[in-house]
Design a protein around this ligand. Structure first.
Ligand SMILES: *[C@@H]1O[C@H](CO)[C@@H](O)[C@H](O)[C@H]1NC(C)=O
Length: 169
């Protein structure tokens, strides 16, 4: 008797959890944009092995109409996690629009200098090519985003050959 009630209970749990994941699949998140924010510790305006993740930086997804440049969709500011990573959910399709992830704020006083080329990343959020309905697609940012450190770390010259070359007479 105890066995069969356990089995019934198990059956219920399986049913509930599977209907739960079904419901999640149908949430209107069509796209999840992923990327990370780093500190350009060597002031070279690209990511290096000495770059550090910035925790608690904020980013924002903005889609503008490509014809008249008016905003179509934007998210609130979203904070980066322990590895500087972010995930931004976009509920719709933005076919004739230009969508960018914009870098907003750095929580680090020593690393908050904006760099134009590291402040934005273009993302394409369309399902033109036979994407399945109700499935969230993961869209990696074209480039990761970063702030420049106020001063380059002393170890940068040793670690990066391109800086050694520049320093040579
Ligand atoms: C974009 O702007 C044009 C011109 O104002 C308009 O005709 C079009 O419907 C807009 N598209 C979207 C997706 O809002």
């Amino acid at each position: 008797m105890a066995k069969s009630s356990e089995i019934t209970l198990l059956f219920f749990i399986v049913c509930i959890s599977s209907s739960f994941s079904f419901a999640q699949e149908l949430t209107p998140n069509k796209f999840t944009v992923v990327g990370h924010v780093y500190c350009d510790t060597c002031r070279v305006e690209h990511e290096t092995k000495l770059s550090e993740p910035i925790i608690g930086a904020t980013v924002k997804l903005v889609c503008n109409n490509q014809t008249d440049n008016t905003p179509i969709f934007q998210t609130p500011e979203i904070m980066t996690g322990a590895k500087g990573e972010f995930r931004i959910h976009a509920p719709g399709e933005y076919e004739n629009s230009a969508c960018d992830v914009n870098l907003m704020k750095s929580p680090r006083q020593d690393c908050n200098e904006p760099v134009e080329s590291l402040s934005k990343s273009r993302v394409v959020l369309t399902t033109n090519n036979a994407a399945k309905e109700g499935v969230t697609r993961i869209i990696p940012c074209a480039n990761n985003l970063g702030f420049k450190r106020k001063e380059a770390l002393p170890e940068c010259k040793q670690a990066l050959p391109e800086l050694k070359k520049e320093a040579a007479p």
